[in-house]
Structure formats: structure tokens, C-alpha cells
Ligand binder design. Structure first.
Ligand SMILES: [Zn+2]
Length: 389
């Protein structure tokens, strides 16, 4: 079952007080079907995504190419019979902004479009001119590269689906590198910076629906100085609201994508997140953690082999970086075991996969509840009907 055009989800659910859950399915078996089942059961719109680092033409660190990811997602969506989902390229990173790099990124985007992706995140947030005299100068390279890549997507997407109104891809852009720190702590995206960035893109005829900002979260699992796992409660809610307000003030329909939700307590999400200001919530590492928790119990030999491989391969580097515990090293570098143990993971028996699927479904339902997303798929269906495509 093919994904919907990404813009359907973002446009239908704008200002409806809910957050669309976007899941990085680094490991497909059990995880994907569990997510689709939960989406179907609660009638919640869903996004599946992987970043460029996780999935590219060479398989990234998950061993999945865009084509393979798309095939698997479509297969499980069909098994469950769920339609209100989009396939998203998370963090399509541009880090240098050179012509060579841009060509490579555009090639990857074409591969994703060919594979059936319907939504894309351009991430040129690393390009920041600290010598810039004003916001426009600071963000000039980000704006230039994001525009060039967005135009490329527009051209290729139109070639594939035609120019008929409504057949519009989802577009997320990023200002302020997520998790970046200086001596004073986390660097947060300023409201005027977000507004100037969107204004400049709009002026270039680029119209994203979603904006990723740096608002105090970090990707992946997080740990204290001793290497003990801690909760993610550093997301700056007032700052996030201010950014959303600045976007509304320039009459933009862009809303915020919250990255790095793994580790955030559900109660914090449900009660404190500004649902509606935030429209997309990325949950990635959580599903990987869940997978390995089930494997530790059900297939201890696979878990032990993966764990030992991670320690053997990354411990020296991790210690050099100041990591204090094996728990932290496994929690940080464990993602690289996905490709290394790809065959054994994708060859798991039905019973084990079912356990992963059931547990994923159970946990996803809790997230949909905290995101106030239950029933959001119905709103998407009605929207699609209303635009008559
Ligand atoms: Zn992210």
C-alpha cells in the first residue's frame, strides 16, 4: 500500500491540536507492522522515515536502501490495510554546500523519489556563518542549499506525478542544528531567525510545511556525566511556542518538527508539548531500544554477539570521547550493529518477530495518545476527499 503525498498529512492536520508521529524504522522486522497496526487501531496518521546517515544507496548504517525501505513499508502497510501514512527522507544533510556535495544529495533525492518517498527533510542547518552581520547573512548558505535541493525535488516530483494540484510532497527544512552546544549550553533557534529563514525560502518560491529547530533536545539516548541513562526533559517549551508564534505572525502555515523525542516521558509530551505548534514528532532510537530489549530476552546469543561487536569496535573511541559506562557505549553505538547483523536480524523466526510487533504496537499506542493523534487519520481522509484527488 503506497504512501500518501506528504503535504496531505501536514495540510490536513495543521492547527488540529495533534502531532503526527514520525518513526525511524532502522530495523524493519516487527517494528513496521507494529507501528502500522497501532496507527490503524487508533486511526492515527503516521510517517515512516530514515535519515541519509541511516539509509542511502549504499544502505547507510541500517543496511537499508531507499528502495528496500519503501518496499518493506508498502508491504507492511498493505498487510495491515493502512493508508494514511507518508514515507519521509529524514535529515537529508548538506554539510559543506559545495557543488559536488549538492550533486550527490540531489542524486539521493532522485533515488528516494523513484523509490516512492512522498516527503523530504532538507537539513542544511550545519551551514551557519558565524561572521554574518545579520540573520540573512548567517543563514545564506543554508537558504541557498535548501532552495537548490527543494527545486530539484519539485522538478522530479512533478515529472513523476504530474503538475495536478494537490499532488504535493511534504517538505521539512531545518534552522539551528539540533543538539549543538557551546560553553553556555544548548544553542537554541531564535524566533526571529526561524521567521527570517522561512520568509527567505518563500521568497525563493520554496514552501515547506514543517520546520525543524534546535529547542533543547538531543538525538538518541542520553546519559549523565557518570554514563547513567537519563530522561529527555530539556526541550524548551516556552522557546518552542515563541518560534511558532513568530511563524504565525508572518502568516506562515509552517509548524514545528520536534526531533529527538526518545527518552521524553509520555506525561511531559501529553501535558507540556504545544500540540499544534509542534505538528511532527520524531521518535527514532526508542524503537531500536525496544527491538534489542526483546532480543536480549528471546535471542540472547544474537544480543550478546551484537553487544560484544559494538564494544570491540567502538569502546576505545567512546572512552576517548569521555563515555563512562558500557550502558552508554551500547546505547550510543548500538545502532551500528544493525548493518553488521543485518542477515540475522532479517532472518529472525516468526515468533520473535511477533513479540517485537506486539510490543511496538503497544508502545506506539501510548505515543499516539500523548501526541493527541487518535482520529487524525480520519481528518486526513476527509481532507483528501475535499480536495478531490
Ligand atoms: Zn532529527
Amino acid at each position: 500500500m503506497k504512501p500518501m503525498h506528504g503535504a496531505y498529512l501536514f495540510k490536513a492536520l495543521k492547527d488540529k491540536g495533534c502531532i503526527i508521529m514520525a518513526c525511524n524504522t532502522r530495523i524493519a522486522p516487527g517494528t513496521m507492522k507494529g507501528l502500522f497496526r497501532a496507527a490503524k487501531d487508533s486511526d492515527s496518521a503516521l510517517i515512516l522515515e530514515l535519515a541519509k546517515s541511516e539509509c542511502d544507496v549504499n544502505g547507510g548504517y541500517t543496511g537499508l536502501t531507499p528502495k528496500k525501505l519503501s518496499e518493506l513499508a508498502c508491504k507492511y502497510a498493505a498487510e495491515v490495510g493502512f493508508e494514511e501514512w507518508a514515507l519521509h527522507a529524514d535529515h537529508t544533510a548538506v554539510k559543506k554546500g559545495t557543488p559536488e556535495e549538492l550533486e550527490e544529495v540531489k542524486k539521493l533525492l532522485s533515488v528516494c523519489i523513484d523509490a516512492g518517498y512522498t516527503s523530504f527533510a532538507m537539513d542544511a542547518s550545519h551551514l551557519f556563518n558565524f561572521q554574518g552581520k545579520n540573520v540573512e547573512e548567517e543563514l545564506a548558505d543554508n537558504i541557498r542549499c535548501t532552495t537548490e535541493c527543494a527545486n530539484h525535488i519539485k522538478k522530479e516530483y512533478t515529472k513523476k506525478y504530474g503538475a495536478k494540484e494537490g499532488k504535493e510532497f511534504g517538505l521539512e527544512v531545518e534552522v539551528g542544528e539540533i543538539g549543538r552546544k557551546n560553553t553556555g549550553g544548548m544553542i537554541l533557534t531564535k524566533p526571529e531567525e526561524a521567521a527570517a529563514y522561512i520568509k527567505a525560502l518563500n521568497k525563493n518560491n520554496v514552501f515547506p510545511q514543517v520546520l525543524a529547530i534546535a529547542n533543547g533536545s538531543t538525538h538518541g539516548n542520553i546519559y549523565d556525566k557518570e554514563g547513567k541513562p537519563i530522561e529527555q526533559v530539556t526541550i524548551d517549551i516556552p522557546q518552542t511556542k515563541k518560534v511558532a508564534k513568530a511563524l504565525r505572525k508572518i502568516e506562515s502555515y509552517v509548524r514545528i518538527a520536534q526531533h529527538g523525542i526518545t527518552g521524553t516521558p509520555l506525561k511531559f509530551i501529553k501535558e507540556l508539548f504545544p500540540h499544534g505548534d509542534i505538528i511532527k514528532g520524531n521518535v527514532g532510537t526508542f524503537w531500536q531500544n525496544l527491538f534489542w530489549e526483546v532480543i536480549e530476552k528471546e535471542k540472547p546469543e544474537l544480543y550478546q554477539d551484537a553487544y560484544n561487536w559494538v564494544m570491540k569496535t567502538y569502546k576505545d573511541e567512546a572512552v576517548k570521547k569521555g563515555m563512562k559506562s558500557d550502558v552508554e557505549i551500547w546505547g550510543t553505538y548500538g545502532k551500528f550493529a544493525t548493518k553488521q547483523f543485518f542477515e540475522r536480524i532479517y532472518d529472525l523466526d516468526k515468533n520473535t518477530i511477533k513479540k517485537i510487533e506486539n510490543k511496538t504496537c503497544e508502545e506506539a499506542l501510548k505515543f499516539f495518545d500523548a501526541f493527541k493523534a487518535k482520529g487524525s487519520a480520519k481528518i486526513v481522509r476527509e481532507y483528501v476527499e475535499s480536495i478531490g484527488v
